[in-house]
Design a protein around this ligand. Structure first.
Ligand code: SF4
Length: 54
């Protein structure tokens, strides 16, 4: 089953790690990371970047 990535913007401290690891998935919006294209990278890459976001 496909999983989707998302960002808990309340918990985001704007470190930029997820954006630098998977810029095709994450970008900053109003200073917080946003998963603008959850399917923009292979699932493993998106998962690794989202794990960094925790
Ligand atoms: S890695 Fe986490 S804290 Fe850093 S910008 Fe991404 S969501 Fe925010």
């Amino acid at each position: 089953m496909a999983k989707t990535v998302w960002v808990d913007t309340d918990a985001c401290i704007s470190c930029g790690l997820c954006v630098s690891l998977a810029p095709e998935v994450f970008k900053f919006v109003d200073g917080k990371s946003f998963a603008y294209d959850p399917a923009g990278a292979p699932q493993k890459k998106s998962r690794n970047a989202s794990m960094a976001a925790r």
